[in-house]
Design a protein around this ligand. Structure first.
Ligand SMILES: Cc1cc2nc3c(=O)[nH]c(=O)nc-3n(C[C@H](O)[C@H](O)[C@H](O)COP(=O)(O)OP(=O)(O)OC[C@H]3O[C@@H](n4cnc5c(N)ncnc54)[C@H](O)[C@@H]3O)c2cc1C
Length: 1023
């Protein structure tokens, strides 16, 4: 009998120290396989699955449901045989969650405030002034973390008034605002009431509710409870906040503190402790069985207003002192607390002009636009939004709640604009208007001015040349904005060195600068991009492939004067002349040959001797290309695009020189750039770069010589073959290489595909790519070798040798007619003179934002030249995005909804995200898959290879990806594209009626299956 495998409580997040068992997904004695989910546990952040990667039988003792188990402790066991299984539950290592005194927050909603409702409030001295028949004491609520007392501003109800639940009975001034005192009980308001202007400590009576009107007592409370504001004596005799059992309040957000070792704590107590940095192990619990309740936390934390950390020396200052008002005192305290922060400053100059213009065009405040930009920049720099928490903890927050200082009478208030990371500018602006208006009247609620995760102070409008702000506990950084100068406004960040360092802040400021100086990228265009001017063309588009052509047509359709500069006699680009269309013409012929192989299964005899007549195929292919090229040119001219044959180069950011010296009549081959002797220059308002990406051949020994001699071919030159090769080496397992390899094997060649990576088709979902590799290797004349290194190519056309080493370092040599290098495509931007127009690059590609705008606001770039998915429909979509951006419309390219088909047999395809890609984006995704061999049509046609996968977002049920390996993917994918782009749910697809017998039925089936699985697991979890 071997030792049982211990299933331990996994650490599922950085902050997790323990987990609560939510459910057992397997029962004791169940057989468990690798990858099975055996239980779900609640961490500090979410309910998560516990997966095991062992095989065997689940054995006890298992941790009981609802028990809390520290990370690393056993929750169950796996044993080798069913005989070894043990029944029973383990003793819970910590107090079970169910034993806690619950309801902290629920109760809080019942009282007049969280302060009055916590159990601790019940212990507050009710005082002997309570009238007879008192049902309820209305106490001074603690309305902010720092509030210790409040001043009665007004009574909204008078003794004898009938009070309903939710009635506002009084207004009190806290240290930060004037707030309503609401009552959530019924009865008659009774005295003694605290007089207007009196100061009442938190938790002390303000008034009472009695059951009957006859029991009402009029009159004011004795000064012992309610002291006139401002009298030093009275203040001195008032019970101090630290002496009174202070009642806790909670602001939204924060991670609950871990439970104390071996004891329970109420959820509310954990929440408060988490927010206030209290270690629950150090807090004595007054609840049943030593459970820590919120009042214990409040009593344990350092009282607000206690001596400043470090015990600063009392300095004898000459002159008469005035007692600070509440706001002044609160600011003073928080500033003193800030002295515990090891801070530093970093400044960058940022030009605000563009942002001010864009904000104005959108009708939003510049302050809000700055807050949003700060949040956008945090996507790359999340640390800027964290904070230090004593002792030695970091709070990692994903919600960006920006506090922005507003000057009000008597000081500064910092209203918090919540959810800046996810809410639209318009929503934030609406909130901000309201917050500012109420901040000025000091009518903000505590949760509206506390709990910010980042702060901004803008003094630019006061003309200050430079200042820095003070970071206070709870944030890692505060941004101070000074007045505009020639180099821009100084943006100075004060950072907490325990959370961020100088480089973090410097990089954050760099990205913030980019966002603020190019606001259109994230705020949307503030109007058409074509600047005023007497331009030869409103827009010039350089490059006439699918990207450039679609862009030019959209712009011409909107009435703009457009020039399409392309170095070929016809438009169409690589897609038409050397890419998609010619390769699919070859694929069509290869399909016919391949399909004949199955004719006999359907009883068709005499068709399996298919023979390729190369010259006829080539004539057909060239005819299709030329016809389509002519059609495209005719359409371009018809929509009034000025098609100019020539090679475009930037002269500056409003002029392009067209070199016609390299022009040639043959559209099939790639043109040369020209020598600069025959040129003309035109001016433009906007430009779009759509120059594509030619094949890239890495510097492999003998490759360059092979390209020159013609023994090494690329996707530019393979079309010149007089006959199909008999033996071929294809280097590169991307879409082009894989398609070419299989086409030539179908044409009868013996083909070896060499790929340097350990898999083919990097953009394709891993299981699909793996399955396709097996299918390709099953083809009679095709073999795929991954993880190899091509060392050398030698020989001449018709007799080439390729040497490579395999993954184990063994050398091999292949003899072939030709080598096709399908080793990728790389934008060729050298000839464009991008620097003359000031256009930035990102590696070999032109750098753009999601609206296809380059670093120069009126110049755009699309298609292969910007990298990413190098596909024709991607280029075309980006062409439309650029056109819309030029027109001033808000449109973005979203790669998460893009798609692709690899035209092999069966075809591989994808739209949207795989599970792994979704997880990388923080989406909890699930997938369901179906093999093609269960489909009736696939069986009939002998097209049974492959599978289809549907990926959905668990939280929303939306379909976020569909992945294919199936014949007819090129057609089937259409429905998947609509699912993903429209964000259809599993329910919608599952309920849609699909025609029978078609393969589209599989979509409905997959959706219903996934839906039912999600429902079932939700039910198990709910149990
Ligand atoms: C063999 C092969 C098969 C393919 N199959 C598919 C497929 O099935 N599906 C798919 O979606 N994609 C496929 N592609 C990819 C597709 O062809 C490209 O992604 C697409 O053509 C890119 O479009 P584009 O507009 O960015 O650039 P291109 O189509 O490359 O057009 C750019 C044009 O600009 C011209 N040009 C370059 N520089 C200048 C200059 N300075 N001045 C003037 N003109 C210039 C070029 O000569 C070219 O005509 C395939 C590619 C290859 C090679």
């Amino acid at each position: 009998m071997s030792d049982p495998y211990v299933i331990k409580m996994p650490q599922l997040s950085d902050t997790m120290t323990e987990g609560v068992i939510v459910s057992w997904e397997k029962n004791i004695g169940d057989r468990v396989s690798r990858g099975d989910i055996v239980a779900t546990v609640e961490t500090d952040k979410a309910i998560m699955d516990v997966e095991v990667f062992r095989e065997g039988y689940l054995s006890g003792p298992v941790a009981p449901v609802d028990s809390t188990v520290p990370v690393g402790e056993a929750i169950a066991y796996i044993v080798a045989s069913s005989e070894e299984v043990q029944e029973g539950e383990a003793e819970a290592p910590a107090a079970p969650a169910a034993a806690e005194t619950g309801g902290g927050e629920a109760q809080a909603q019942e009282g007049e405030s969280a302060a009055a409702a916590e159990p601790a409030a019940a212990q507050a001295p009710a005082g002997s002034r309570e009238p007879e028949g008192a049902l309820h004491t209305i106490k001074m609520p603690q309305l902010s973390d720092t509030m210790t007392e409040g001043v009665v501003v007004s009574w909204e109800k008078q003794p004898g008034d009938e009070i309903k639940r939710g009635t506002v009975v009084a207004q009190v001034e806290t240290d930060k605002a004037i707030m309503d005192v609401e009552v959530f009980k019924e009865g008659y308001l009774s005295g003694p009431i605290a007089s207007v202007d009196s100061t009442v400590p938190v938790g002390e009576p303000l008034a009472y509710l009695v059951a009957e009107s006859g029991q009402v007592v009029t009159g004011e409370a004795a000064p012992a409870t309610a002291k006139p504001a401002g009298t030093t004596e009275a203040a001195a005799s008032a019970p101090s906040a630290s002496a009174a059992p202070s009642a806790p309040t909670s602001v939204p957000g924060g991670t609950p503190a871990p439970r104390p070792q071996g004891r329970g704590a109420t959820p509310f107590a954990r929440k408060i402790a988490g927010q206030q940095g209290v270690d629950l192990n150090t807090v004595p619990g007054s609840g049943p069985g030593g459970v820590v309740v919120a009042a214990d936390v409040a009593n344990a934390r350092p009282a607000a207003g206690a001596a400043a950390p470090g015990g600063f020396p009392e300095v004898d200052v000459p002159g008469e002192g005035r007692k600070m008002n509440k706001l002044e005192a609160a600011i003073s305290r928080s500033m003193t607390e800030s002295l515990s922060i090891p801070s530093f400053h970093v400044t960058s100059h940022i030009k605000l002009g563009g942002l001010i213009k864009a904000a104005k065009a959108k009708g939003v405040s510049v302050t809000v636009a700055i807050a949003k930009a700060c949040a956008e920049a945090m996507q790359q720099h999340p640390k800027m939004n964290w904070c230090y928490k004593p002792q030695d903890q970091l709070v990692e927050r994903s919600n960006v709640d920006v506090g922005m200082a507003v000057a009000v009478e008597g000081g500064l208030v910092v209203p918090v604009l919540r959810g800046c990371e996810s809410r639209s500018l318009e929503e934030l602006n609406e909130d901000w208007q309201d917050l500012v208006e109420r901040a000025r009247k000091r009518r903000l609620k505590p949760e509206e001015y506390s709990g910010s995760t980042f702060q901004v102070s803008n003094m630019g409008m006061f003309g200050v040349s430079h200042f820095d702000a003070i970071a206070t506990p709870g944030i890692a950084a505060i941004l101070a904005i000074s007045a505009d100068t020639e180099q821009g406004s100084p943006f100075t960040i004060t950072g907490d060195h325990r959370v961020v360092n100088g480089a973090d802040v410097a990089l954050y400021l760099k990205d913030l600068k980019e966002l603020i100086e190019a606001p259109d990228a994230w705020m949307g265009p503030s109007g058409p991009a074509i600047p005023e001017g007497d331009w030869d063309y409103d827009v010039v588009v350089i490059g006439g492939g699918p990207g450039g052509e679609d862009c030019a047509r959209d712009l011409a359709g909107h009435g703009h004067k457009v020039a399409l500069i392309n170095d070929s006699p016809f438009p169409g680009g690589e897609c038409l002349w050397r890419g998609c269309i010619p390769s699919k013409a070859w694929r069509a012929a290869a399909d016919r040959i391949r399909d004949r192989g199955h004719d006999a299964d359907l009883g068709i005899q005499g068709t399996n001797q298919a023979k390729l007549e190369w010259k006829t195929l080539e004539a057909h292919r060239r005819n299709v290309l030329e016809t389509r090229g002519q059609m495209a040119l005719k359409t371009d001219k018809g929509v009034k695009i000025n098609y100019i044959q020539g090679y475009g180069r930037f002269v500056d950011d409003h002029h392009v020189m067209i070199d016609t010296g390299g022009n040639q009549d043959d559209p099939h081959s790639r043109a040369t750039a020209g020598d600069g002797k025959q040129t003309k220059t035109v001016s433009f308002g906007c430009a779009v770069i759509a120059t594509g990406a030619p094949p890239f051949v890495p510097p492999i020994d003998g490759a360059r010589e092979g390209l020159e001699s013609g023994s090494v071919l690329t996707s530019d030159t393979v079309w010149m073959l007089d006959t199909p090769p008999k033996k071929l080496v294809v280097v590169g397992g991307g879409a082009i290489g894989v398609e070419m390899a299989q086409i030539f094997q179908d044409f009868g060649a013996e083909v070896t595909l060499l790929e340097a990576q350990d898999r083919i088709l990097a953009e394709v979902e891993p299981e699909i790519a793996k399955h396709l590799t097996q299918v390709l290797n099953d083809d009679p004349r095709l073999s795929v070798h991954t993880a190899v290194k091509l060392e050398k190519i030698s020989g001449k056309p018709g007799a080439v040798t390729a040497k490579y080493t395999d993954s184990e370092g063994k050398s091999h040599q292949l003899k072939a007619d030709y080598v096709i290098m399908a080793t990728g495509k790389r934008p060729e931007i050298d000839g464009l003179n991008l620097d003359k127009a000031g256009i930035a690059t990102d590696g070999p590609a032109v750098k753009v934002d999601a609206r296809c705008r380059t670093s120069v606001g009126h110049i755009f770039a699309i298609g292969d030249v910007i990298g990413g998915l190098m596909l024709a429909h991607t280029a075309a979509q980006q062409g439309r995005v650029a056109a819309m951006s030029i027109l001033g419309e808000d449109m973005k390219y979203d790669q998460d909804k893009d798609c692709g088909v690899i035209f092999t047999r069966p075809e591989a395809g994808f739209v949207g995200l795989s599970v792994a890609q979704a997880k990388e984006k923080g989406i909890d995704a699930v997938e369901a898959k179906v093999p093609m061999n269960i489909d009736a049509k696939a069986m009939i046609n002998r097209e049974e290879h492959g599978l289809i996968k549907l990926v959905a977002d668990k939280a929303t049920g939306r379909i976020i990806g569909v992945h294919f390996l199936a014949d007819h993917t090129d057609t089937l994918i259409g429905e998947a594209v609509m699912m993903v782009s429209a964000g259809l749910t599993l329910e919608q697809v599952g309920n849609a009626i699909h025609p029978h017998p078609t393969q589209t039925e599989l979509f409905g089936e997959l959706a219903r299956r996934l839906l039912s699985r999600l429902r079932r697991s939700a039910k198990v979890k709910a149990k």
